[in-house]
Design a protein around this ligand. Structure first.
Ligand SMILES: *Cc1c(COP(=O)(O)O)cnc(C)c1O
Length: 397
């Protein structure tokens, strides 16, 4: 047995990071909105393959905060979102006095269930947030139709979704707005970073002002305004050029990074396919291109999940669980409310584990992960009590 630790993630330096960061340091322009920022924005706009504007931000959290500012929320406005997500999905809107309304997910993907969204609509609903969990696209046809029918804003939390597609389109290109993350834990990273995508041209002018701390600085620099002044609310959302330089080097390798991750994802998916009766595996719809962000298993309950994590840890392999569902968190209960049963959310909260997945994982490491996991899953299968077995089956129905 190797005594090497196999982590969940090993963020890599993949291309010209050092060189570009060196160039940013050598220039006089190290604050935001310089040439590296513009190159990153252009890269993302091209990848999105539609008329849009991208603003780099310091994180996906700050991109979501900008989105919440842009929709001018009033106290008590409601935003429908999955409970199974990262806290920032909700926090950005709570900061503006809105109420996150938590709904259940589809057990095939862990993504928001559009029918649950429909049941949660009220007169106060203003927006829907679609989180593409693990880089598997939500049912955007359904959600776009629902949003337009009820005159709601559709925002994609695409933190995990760069390079993933659904129905032939890039994730992040469906909603009026989308937010990406370039945190170390994501596929393409610059330590901390994010981007806000505006697919609605009417939002662009105001977004530029909010992005520049509520000023017309951008217009002023383009000589479209004769005074540099305060016009609106805003904050400091821009990353420095040093960060953008780091990001550009990663974006340039986005295809290679994604291909490498997809290979690991498919390897796990093949090897775990025969364990569908002890674990709920991801089942992306056929029109999804998955970017290999997360490979997960949902085990039947917390006891087996903890046994799995511990069993992997004894071989120094990290397979952590993921979110505590927001509807059951202290702040989620204080600021939000849940609609419906959320049983699939609870199942993910209790049973989901993530496999080590990063481009530099070796074949030998992948084999070690699978070998150990299969030993544990086989054990669970043999000792499987009938009621637990039925519950897993019904998740697949
Ligand atoms: C990572 C993540 C975020 C936050 O991203 P940061 O860039 O760290 O702010 C938000 N939502 C989801 C779904 C995420 O996975």
């Amino acid at each position: 047995m190797s005594d090497l630790l196999i982590p969940l993630n090993r963020p890599g330096i993949v291309g010209r990071e050092q060189e570009y960061i060196g160039q940013a340091l050598a220039s006089d322009h190290r604050h935001g909105a310089g040439r590296f920022t513009q190159s990153c924005q252009k890269w993302l706009e091209q990848w999105l393959e539609r008329e849009c504007r991208v603003f780099l931000t310091q994180s996906c959290t700050s991109a979501l905060e900008m989105a919440a500012l842009l929709i001018d929320l009033k106290q008590g406005d409601e935003i429908i979102m999955p409970s199974y997500t990262f806290v920032s999905t909700a926090n950005a809107f709570v900061l503006r006095g809105a109420v996150p309304v938590f709904v259940d997910i589809d057990p095939a993907t862990q993504n928001i269930d559009p029918q649950c969204v429909e049941r949660a609509l009220t007169r106060r609903t203003r927006a829907i947030v679609a989180v593409h969990y693990g880089g598997i696209g939500c049912d955007m046809d359904y959600l776009c139709a629902l949003a337009s029918k009820h005159n709601l804003i559709l925002i994609e939390d695409a933190a995990q979704a760069l390079m993933a597609r659904r129905a032939g389109r890039s994730l992040g290109s469906f909603g009026q707005m989308a937010a990406f993350s370039f945190h170390d834990s994501k596929n393409i990273s610059c330590g901390e970073g994010g981007a806000l995508v505006l697919n609605d041209p009417e939002l662009v002018k105001r977004a530029e002002i909010l992005w520049e701390k509520g000023t017309n600085r951008s217009q002023f620099l383009r000589k479209e305004a004769d005074k540099y002044t305060w016009l609106d609310v805003g904050s400091s959302f821009l990353p420095s050029e040093v960060t953008a330089a780091f990001l550009l080097a990663q974006l340039e390798r986005a295809n290679e990074i994604t291909t490498a991750r997809q290979r690991v994802w498919s390897f796990y998916h093949d090897k775990f396919a025969r364990f569908g009766e002890v674990a709920n595996l991801p089942a992306p719809p056929s029109d999804c291109v998955v970017n290999g962000h997360i490979y997960y298993l949902v085990l039947p309950d917390r006891r087996l999940r903890d046994a799995f994590i511990e069993g992997m840890r004894t071989q120094r392999i990290m397979t952590p669980f993921h979110y505590v569902p927001l509807h059951s968190s202290p702040a989620g209960q204080r600021f939000g409310r849940a609609v419906g049963a959320l049983s699939h959310t609870d199942a993910a909260g209790e049973g989901l584990v993530r496999m080590p997945l990063f481009p530099s994982i070796s074949d030998r490491e992948m084999e070690q992960v699978v070998e150990r996991a299969i030993t544990l899953l086989d054990g669970f299968k043999r000792g499987f009590a009938e009621p637990v077995y039925r519950r897993v089956k019904s998740q697949h129905a």
